[in-house]
Ligand binder design. Structure first.
Ligand code: GAR
Length: 188
């Protein structure tokens, strides 16, 4: 078993999808030690409890520095002997402390065809720019914002009558296939 930690900040549907696939045996030889979140009241926390796994909640602003926050996170990761970190809607830049400890072992999924539309509201950016396609990218995490080496991408169309919500749903449907496939291939 390869031990992974999933980091999320919001609705946690990618986290939920990964947990379901593990339960169904579609993602093999992977154990999620815990859900890590920087948003103690986010819906992902409830999902973590529903999956009966440990949920580590952190309040970054209660620390005097990013390093102090990440050292606390790192202590938990080391306790659990986590080998890989999987970011699934974790809306915070990974700092040097975690990058040094998990070099080349942090994955992220981002809802655009990187290198286009890095950062926040990638879905809205693609929509407002009049693109006729967008998609999702899985990449390694480095010190930049959505700049790490690209591993895999999947595309979907943007329709004239799309709203941010309809497009977000179409991208998430792609992500639910893409992320487990990459996790299986890379981590295992
Ligand atoms: C996903 O679409 C993911 O690609 C995106 O946040 C969403 C999380 O949804 N990540 C980023 O924007 C990272 N820059 P979820 O909480 O329902 O899995």
């Amino acid at each position: 078993m390869v031990k992974i930690a999933i980091f999320a900040s919001g609705s946690g549907t990618n986290f939920d999808n990964i947990m379901r696939r593990i339960a169904k045996g579609e993602l093999a030889h992977i154990e999620v030690t815990a859900l890590y979140t920087d948003q103690p009241t986010a819906p992902c926390v409830t999902l973590g409890h529903e999956h009966h796994i440990t949920v580590h909640t952190f309040t970054p602003k209660s620390y005097h520095s990013k390093e102090a926050y990440e050292l606390d996170v790192l202590a938990k990761l080391q306790d659990e002997q986590v080998e890989w970190i999987v970011l699934a809607g974790y809306m915070r830049l990974i700092g040097q402390t975690l990058l040094d400890a998990y070099e080349g072992k942090i994955l992220n999924i981002h809802p655009s065809l990187l290198p286009k539309y890095k950062g926040i509201d990638a879905v809205g950016q693609a929509l407002n720019n009049g693109e006729n396609e967008t998609g999702s990218t899985v990449h390694y995490v480095d010190a930049g914002m959505d700049t790490g080496q690209i591993i895999a991408q999947r595309t979907c169309p943007i329709y004239q009558d799309d709203t941010k919500a309809t497009l977000e749903n179409r991208i998430k449907a792609l992500e639910y296939e893409l992320y487990p496939e990459v996790i299986q291939e890379i981590i295992q």
